[in-house]
Structures are given as structure tokens and as C-alpha cells.
Design a protein around this ligand. Structure first.
Ligand code: IMP
Ligand code: MG
Length: 198
């Protein structure tokens, strides 16, 4: 946004088979979300809460499209195991800096997939008695949803495929890409179909 990112990312862009959301589409959508949020929360000094790490590029772009006073805070979570995650259990690694009682809270997410993590966090936040609690997500995979979550501010619906870029990672890489794309099969499954040449 405004910074005009580089057009090529060397090996990183070579690993992408298809771009699903372009930087231009991202900018237009984030602008639209920022405008709606600015209208809806005027005079409410909302608190935007993001979950690290994936949300950082979206949060940075979104707040610069918001024209009203607001505050930002972050949480960090980790899942114990695949099994406990399925039950919606996550460990809070970093909590909020301040109380949210009586605040207008907007929960900002990079991706809502099964919805399990978000559902746990929303329950946790609701118990702290904010005045209002809404969700803003830039990416959504509706086919994967296990728990229904009302998303007031929604960016893009994506197919049930693994994507990277704009904060989303594969083994901690690709978060810096200014678009969202699919990884080539050989990057995701490097040992599949590899001939034994020894
Ligand atoms: P869930 O909604 O509890 O299943 O968890 C969603 C989280 O999983 C997101 O916040 C992402 O961190 C991660 N995630 C889901 N789908 C993808 C993807 O396609 N690429 C990268 N990360 C993903
Ligand atoms: Mg996330």
C-alpha cells in the first residue's frame, strides 16, 4: 500500500503456481473495509485486536485506511497439538495489554479456516465484557468451517486450498509476498514423485 512493492521476489515468487488475489485487489478491498469501519465506529474509539503473526500486514494496511481515532492490540496463541486444536483449545502465549471491559472491540483476522481458534478467542474475549465484539477477516475458507462465526467485515472467500502471502506462511516463509497465491505442488510435497537416481 503506497509503497509499491517489488514486482519479483526471486525464489519466493518462483514457488507460486497461481496468484489468487492481486495487490490491487487487496488494496481496493482493504480501503473499502477501512471506510466501512470508519463510518460504523465514529466516536467509539474502537480497539482493533489481532492475532500474531499472520495478521500483521493486513493490520498495518487496514489501520492506515481507517480515518477515525482507534487503538490496536495483539494476542499470540499456539496450539498444543492437532487433536486439541480440533477441540478448539489453544494456549494464550501473549495476552492483551489492557482491560477491554466496556470497549468496542473489533477482532481482526488474517484467515478463518475451520473457525476453531477464532471461536475459542471470541469466547475468551466475550467473558471480559466488551461493549461490542465484531469480526473482520481478510480471508475466509467457507468450505472448511466447523463452527459458524458471523464475520461483519469480510475480505475474500477462498477455495479449500493452501495459500501463502500477505501474512500467510508455509513453514514461516512467504509472509512478505504482497499477493495471495498457491504454492507449487513440488514445494508443498518436495519428495513426491522424485526419482531415485542413486
Ligand atoms: P482455524 O480457523 O482455527 O482453522 O485456523 C486458521 C488459521 O490457520 C489462520 O489464522 C492461519 O494462521 C492458518 N491457516 C489456515 N489456512 C491457511 C492457509 O491456506 N495458508 C496459511 N495459513 C493458513
Ligand atoms: Mg491467524
Amino acid at each position: 500500500m503506497n509503497f509499491h512493492p517489488p514486482t519479483a521476489y526471486g525464489h519466493l515468487s518462483e514457488a507460486i503456481s497461481q496468484i489468487l488475489v492481486t495487490p490491487e485487489q487487496l488494496e481496493a478491498k482493504v480501503r473499502e473495509l477501512g471506510e466501512r469501519i470508519s463510518q460504523d465506529y465514529e466516536d467509539k474509539n474502537p480497539l482493533l485486536i489481532g492475532v500474531l503473526k499472520g495478521v500483521f500486514p493486513f493490520m498495518a494496511d487496514l489501520v492506515r485506511m481507517i480515518t477515525i481515532p482507534h487503538e490496536v492490540d495483539f494476542m499470540a496463541v499456539s496450539s498444543y497439538s492437532r487433536e486439541t486444536r480440533r477441540q478448539g483449545l489453544v494456549r494464550l502465549e501473549k495476552d492483551l495489554g489492557e482491560s477491554i471491559r466496556g470497549r468496542h472491540v473489533l477482532f481482526v483476522e488474517d484467515m478463518i479456516d475451520t473457525g476453531l481458534t477464532l471461536s475459542y478467542l471470541l469466547r475468551n474475549l466475550r467473558s471480559r465484557e466488551p461493549a461490542t465484539l465484531e469480526v473482520c477477516a481478510i480471508f475466509n475458507k467457507p468450505q472448511r468451517r466447523l463452527i459458524d462465526i458471523p464475520i461483519k467485515y469480510k475480505g475474500f472467500d477462498l477455495p479449500d486450498k493452501f495459500v501463502v502471502g500477505y501474512g500467510l506462511d508455509y513453514r514461516e516463509q512467504y509472509r512478505n509476498l504482497p499477493f495471495v497465491g498457491l504454492l507449487k505442488a513440488e514445494v508443498l510435497h518436495p519428495n513426491k514423485n522424485k526419482k531415485d537416481v542413486s
